[in-house]
Design a protein around this ligand. Structure first.
Ligand code: FAD
Length: 296
């Protein structure tokens, strides 16, 4: 089966990317193995943790952070389009695109967040662990919007490998479809981090198990995590290596038709920096924009 773009994932990043492309008529397939971080969603998106200027807070992020790759002006420009994107999908977001607001957490403390989600007849629900009804509903609604726009969504199937030709990814194969390839011009890897098995730890190190993309991590296991609960956790920044255009890298070479989006990208610490959904949404919009520009 042939598509313009195939997106591997199914979480927030894959859905935002797929919807953005379908809105402009790019024929997409999303291959999703199962539930995503959205199923545990707090009700608020985080862009960056600060009670001041988001732009200024981003200037303190380390080199190699996804926002720095995308460019801080572009991050702010793309973030402006986010409330309208979700309105089109039936979700009214409260908060300003360029300023954080305060929400209560389940621990009884308060937190600076970016945009808070509600939908008609379904107010924000926070802290309903382990499953967030709002997050599950949002996942289903975004999937529905993607399909109404003409996208195909392959649920409960896992991409297992890719076939490469002339330095490009030619097709991918899934568990359920055996030797039948899924072919596309462009591919987006949005398979998430450790939580969704977009990254896995093996005896020889950390790997991205589908395309074997290059992954940035420290080889000394002792340095992967801090022992104290509140210590810095270096493994949070492990992730796929990519160019400033978020093109994937494999065996040291950029794959010009494969992009990386969402929490699979290395360099961010969503807990310390409060940037989880922000990285997922902004990188997805950035990748979609580039695919659209290339298809003109
Ligand atoms: C439990 C949890 C709760 C979070 N809550 C919040 C929050 O409330 N607010 C916030 O700002 N950030 C939160 N985050 C940060 C979070 O990383 C982002 O918000 C965002 O949802 C990540 O989206 P993603 O699409 O990059 O990855 P994921 O949501 O992890 O999605 C990855 C998807 O890829 C699929 N997949 C993996 N491998 C394959 C394969 N081989 N083939 C096909 N499909 C595959 C998985 O099934 C999954 O559907 C949370 C993170 C976690 C882990």
């Amino acid at each position: 089966m042939r598509y313009d773009t195939i997106i591997l994932g199914g979480g927030l990043s894959a859905l935002v990317c797929g919807i953005s492309l379908q809105e402009k008529g790019v024929k997409c397939l999303i291959v999703s193995s199962g539930q995503s971080a959205l199923h545990f969603f707090s009700g608020s998106f985080e862009l960056i943790s600060t009670d001041g200027s988001q732009r200024e807070a981003m200037e303190n992020l380390p080199d190699g952070h996804p926002y720095r790759k995308i460019g801080l002006d572009r991050v702010m420009e793309l973030s402006k389009s986010v409330p309208e994107f979700f309105t089109r999908a039936g979700y009214a977001l409260s908060g300003e695109y360029d300023r954080n607001h305060v929400e209560n957490t389940i621990l009884g403390s308060q937190k600076q967040v970016w945009l808070t989600v509600g939908s008609e007849g379904f107010p924000p629900v926070r802290g309903k662990l382990p499953i967030s009804p709002l997050g599950v509903k949002m996942q289903m609604d975004l999937r529905k919007r993607f399909e109404i726009l003409g996208g195909d969504y392959l649920m409960g199937d896992r991409a297992v490998r890719g076939e490469f030709r002339d330095g490009r990814l030619a097709s991918i194969f899934t568990e359920n479809h055996g030797s039948s390839p899924f072919i596309a011009d462009k591919f987006v890897m949005a398979t998430g981090s450790f939580f969704s098995r977009g990254l896995v730890s093996t005896p020889s190190g950390i790997c991205e198990p589908v395309l074997h993309l290059d992954v940035d991590y420290c080889s000394d296991r002792e340095e992967w995590y801090g022992k104290g609960f509140f210590d810095n956790q270096p493994y949070m920044r492990f992730g796929a290596v990519c160019s400033d255009r978020l093109e994937a890298v494999r065996e040291g070479k950029v794959l010009p038709n494969v992009y990386v989006a969402g929490s699979l990208i290395g360099g961010a610490d969503p807990i310390k920096e409060g940037c989880g959904a922000g990285v997922a949404i902004i990188s997805a919009l950035y990748v979609a924009r580039q695919i659209l520009e290339e298809s003109l």
